[in-house]
Design a protein around this ligand. Structure first.
Ligand code: SF4
Length: 374
């Protein structure tokens, strides 16, 4: 696996860059991230999606095409509806994917749970494997971070109705400067409502740097986490090198050095990260250099894109340039069609992306891990 080659290269100092590239080209993602163009009713401070405003129209992807894409993924083929809105026409597609034996899960801010949507889920017999509704703090903090007075009410309603449409409920807490003092309080709320609690460091984009927790805020957050006994699995994750390094610095060199040397490849889908056991906390890190083998993004507007690129709008990717003028041509994007060969487009897009982004990220990760081990 590319992640094991990455672990050997960065932690054990072996020369593996060519092997990582070769493995990456072969490792077809096990997931489809299904996203919907357009705005979200809440405006979370930490959101990774750009705000696009209300959606004009949607060229719907058909159930047949979605099933044909899922059948081409590695493993069971998983479909994750990543928001921002769950639309009525998508319910039968999710239900068909589940009936066909694929893993199906939904990430939602809770607004899905209207009487008409719940009736539609019942009508199609939809029971997804997992539903995630984020809670970013107790009520006032959650609403503040999510910039909406109704955000808490929607989340609580979404969780209360969640077992009607999902076998498992999970909740994600994005750690920021706003909520770092409320880790324990939020964990206890989540512990009473869901089956798994996930915490993640935020991914920084221009304009939200003020949301990054300081070193002392991170330290206080980890102390609260270490003292929690919730009785459900708790996962601490970082998808950014900056967040991972910040956590490691707070944890302390000696503990991190030992944990890095003993780090394991994550034993769950998608398997493109490592897990460190540091003082009783499992810390999961997903290197950006490998993110292309995680997921195939499918826009509800009938376009696929590789690799994970939801920080950019479909319009930007279609132009190959961001609104700030940055070159985005290393992302691959095209309309979904019945003839799409996922393995072929994935391998081809991985080559260009590695040259533009992957190699640079890998070198940054190697240097950062070297420093943590020094
Ligand atoms: S609910 Fe999700 S998609 Fe909507 S603004 Fe918040 S993080 Fe972004």
């Amino acid at each position: 696996m590319a992640i094991d080659a990455w672990r050997r290269a960065t932690i054990l100092g072996e020369s593996r860059e060519e092997l990582i590239q070769a493995l990456l080209r072969r490792e077809v993602p096990p997931l489809i991230s299904w996203i919907v163009r357009g705005g979200c009713a809440v405006q979370c401070e930490h959101c990774i999606f750009p705000f696009e405003g209300p959606k004009g129209h949607s060229d719907r992807i058909s159930t047949e095409i979605m099933l044909s894409l899922l059948a081409q993924l590695s493993g069971r083929g998983n479909l994750v509806h990543e928001g921002r809105q769950l639309l009525p026409w998508q319910i039968p597609v999710l239900a068909a994917a589940k009936r066909a034996g694929h893993g199906v899960s939904v990430i939602n801010n809770g607004q899905y749970a209207t009487p008409s949507m719940l009736a539609l889920c019942d009508h199609h017999g939809l029971k997804v494997d997992a539903l995630d509704v984020s809670i970013d703090g107790p009520e006032a903090v959650h609403n503040l971070q999510r910039n909406h007075a109704n955000a808490w009410r929607w989340a609580m309603n979404g969780l209360a109705e969640g077992r009607r449409i999902a076998d498992k409920l999970t909740s994600l807490f994005t750690l920021t400067a706003l909520n770092s003092e409320h880790v324990a309080e939020t964990g206890k709320i989540a512990g009473d409502l869901v089956d798994e609690w996930h915490l993640t460091t935020m991914s920084v984009r221009p304009g939200i740097e003020h949301m990054l927790p300081t070193r002392s805020q991170l330290s206080a957050a980890l102390d609260q986490l270490a003292g929690l006994r919730l009785g459900i699995p708790v996962y601490l994750r970082s998808y950014s090198l900056q967040g991972f390094v910040a956590l490691c610095e707070v944890i302390g060199k000696e503990a991190v050095r030992k944990a890095l040397r003993e780090a394991q490849v994550i034993d769950m889908t998608p398997s493109n990260g490592i897990v460190l056991n540091v003082e009783g906390i499992n810390l999961y890190f997903y290197p950006k250099s490998l993110q292309c083998n995680e997921t195939l993004v499918v826009d509800a507007d009938g376009w696929w894109r590789l690799p994970f690129s939801v920080a950019h709008t479909l319009d930007e990717l279609q132009c190959g340039q961001s609104t700030e003028g940055d070159d985005l041509s290393h992302f691959s994007i095209a309309p979904v069609s019945e003839k799409l060969d996922v393995a072929e487009v994935y391998a081809r897009s991985t080559v260009g992306w590695w040259q533009a982004v992957g190699r640079k990220s890998f070198n940054e990760e190697r240097v950062a891990v070297e420093r943590l081990l020094a």
